[in-house]
Ligand binder design. Structure first.
Ligand SMILES: [Zn+2]
Length: 217
């Protein structure tokens, strides 16, 4: 099996607790589950419907505030923003609006209007989305195509542990809709392929990249 991110050869290992095979890339550090276990759209929706994303929940608001406190000082100013894969709530986009950003939210299940594709953005936020993607390389490229030159992509996903031994005890892999797990090196590969520079990460679960090449728009 070739790596979903860098296309190098991978090492197969068995995740006995989940009763599946998974793959680890020795080149970029990505770990991904056997694509044969990918769930259908309707099965994924059943899982997502269980998420408690209540905009009035202070913990949920604090979670996004923590993300914005890390991202926005590095981005500076304001402009147009897209929250891609927002889930059932548009809270993060609403919080960006409150900070002076002209914001749009999109989610393939809960906010499926495709109008977000008709413009380009200064900032795209992608929170707890990448670990769900069946083709993260293509999605990364699509999102870069929606950025203005010099625009930023701010991603939150838990970085994969450095060894398969630790991975096999990691809670984050247990969600059946979580199918791919990234290291900073994996995002380095994506940046090189799609004309971005890797700006920074917090060594845990947040990273920021910036588009340096002009897209087709
Ligand atoms: Zn790889």
């Amino acid at each position: 099996m070739r790596c979903l991110i860098c296309h190098a050869g991978t090492d197969c290992f068995v995740d006995a607790a989940l009763e599946i095979e998974s793959y680890c890339c020795p080149h970029c550090g990505t770990i991904f589950k056997d694509p044969q276990i990918h769930q259908t759209f309707s099965l994924q929706k059943q899982r997502y419907d269980l998420h408690e994303n209540d905009p009035s929940d202070e913990g949920y608001r604090h979670y996004f505030q923590h993300f914005l406190d890390w991202v926005l000082p590095q981005v500076g100013g304001s402009g147009s923003a897209l929250d891609f894969g927002c889930g059932s709530s548009t809270l993060l986009a609403d919080m960006l609006t409150g900070k002076g950003w002209e914001s749009t939210a999109y989610d393939p299940i809960y906010h499926p209007e495709k109008g977000y594709r008709n413009t380009v953005y200064d900032l795209i936020t992608v929170v707890e989305v990448f670990e769900h993607l069946h083709d993260p390389d293509a999605t990364f490229g699509m999102l870069v195509g929606l950025l203005k030159k010099e625009g930023y992509l701010a991603i939150r996903t838990e970085f994969v542990p450095g060894s398969t031994e630790v991975y096999l005890h990691w809670y984050y892999r247990q969600d059946p809709t979580h199918v791919v797990f990234f290291s900073p090196g994996a995002f380095d590969c994506l940046c090189a392929r799609w004309g971005c520079i890797y700006v920074a990460d917090n060594s845990k679960n947040m990273l920021l990249v910036r588009k340096v090449l002009s897209g087709t728009k």
